[in-house]
Write a protein that binds this ligand. Structure first.
Ligand SMILES: Cc1ncc(COP(=O)(O)O)c(C=O)c1O
Length: 346
């Protein structure tokens, strides 16, 4: 039997969803690529500022319907920040305590947002430590570890229900090419790419799913070597994406190909995109757009036309003191010049 509190919690989340609007699909025009149309699914406009708003809603509903969350549950999550911001929002909606376990390099703005929603932040040295620290906290506090890295791929209804893939394909219906040739996405949990890939298969579209991966991440090597046991030593410098282990939510079989993107290319791309969009975007959007541009170059060489869709995952306003700070970039990423030049030469 469902408790009254759980019933009310589910209706609270559903009512919040009912009050929300869908995110925009922005078309950008790049005359250097005749006949190739670029689209950015702007996930920064969710109330909590990133694509993780969708995931947080799904994870709370999944936890409630599984009987894992009740009125006394402290919610604990391992995150690189964006998911924690969104989960803090939903925890506050339900009146539950929330603790985010994150690497200490997480953007200050995200920490402030988590605290704004009443959450606490537990910072660890290295991104590989977030899992064990979350499990330990959950055990000690008798709380619930949400574990987005495991459950992202299964908490979202991949067949439709206005998931991100469903929304993209509906918004493409009146475009010159209604079915994108490519959808490009990066992986943090891998949950978004799993939803996109499964949806493409389910609907029988000819779209290819291309996953881009930053430096210091093992997803690319796992995919190429068919070995998901690989691990890495370093933390990703592109917040939100790239992991030192192949997360359980990363589903290689739904991916058509992967591209490794240098971190400096991702950062050069966000500055280039600033001039085109008139807005600042987060670094993972730079990784996505760099990947999309490499595919567009190949299409142009082969004289192909078509549409490429990628995601604007979060806003750059969160990263003013890092990716938008010249000194920080010089010290932590290195020279952007070769990639800035390539973007100028497009
Ligand atoms: C800014 C940003 N971009 C991209 C992603 C990757 O999404 P996913 O976890 O669905 O792979 C994340 C995940 O946290 C993120 O925070």
């Amino acid at each position: 039997m469902t408790s009254t509190w759980v019933k009310n919690a589910i209706s609270e989340i559903d009512a919040d969803y009912q009050r929300s609007a869908d995110t925009h699909l922005i078309r950008i025009s790049l005359p250097e690529f005749p006949g190739i149309y670029f689209y950015l699914k702007d996930e920064s406009t969710h109330p909590t500022g990133s694509l993780k708003h969708r995931l947080a809603r799904s994870l709370f509903l999944y936890g409630l319907c599984n009987g894992w969350i009740n009125q006394d549950t402290t919610i604990i999550e391992a995150s690189s920040g964006s998911t924690a911001v969104s989960e803090a929002y939903f925890a506050r909606l339900l009146g539950l305590p929330f603790i985010a376990v994150m690497p200490k390099c997480t953007a200050k703005r995200k920490i402030e947002q988590i605290e704004f929603y009443g959450g606490q932040c537990h910072l660890v040295e290295h991104s590989s430590q977030i899992y064990a620290a979350s499990e330990h906290l959950a055990k000690t506090l008798n709380g619930h570890y949400m574990d987005q890295f495991t459950y992202a791929e299964r908490a979202t209804d991949w067949r439709g229900n206005n998931n991100i893939a469903d929304s993209i394909f509906r918004q493409m219906e009146r475009e010159p090419f209604t079915t994108p040739k490519y959808i490009v996405m990066s992986a943090g949990t891998g949950g978004t790419s799993a939803t996109l890939g499964r949806y493409i298969h389910y609907q029988g579209y000819d779209t290819q799913l291309v996953v881009v991966d930053p430096e210091h991440s093992v997803f690319y090597d796992c995919y190429q070597n068919h070995d998901c046991s690989l691990t890495g030593e370093k933390s990703s410098r592109i917040e939100g994406i790239g992991r030192p282990r192949a997360e359980p939510s990363f589903i290689p079989a739904v991916i058509d190909s992967m591209i490794k993107v240098p971190d400096a290319a991702s950062i050069a791309t966000i500055h280039w995109l600033h001039n085109i969009l008139g807005r600042k975007v987060g670094a993972s959007t730079g990784t996505n757009v760099w990947g999309a541009l490499q595919l567009a170059k190949q299409m142009r060489e082969k004289k192909e036309t078509g549409a490429i869709v990628t995601l604007l995952c979060d806003s750059g306003e969160r990263y003013l003191d890092t990716y938008y700070n010249t000194e920080w970039v010089a010290n932590n990423i290195g020279s952007l010049a070769p990639y800035t030049q390539q973007l100028q030469d497009l």
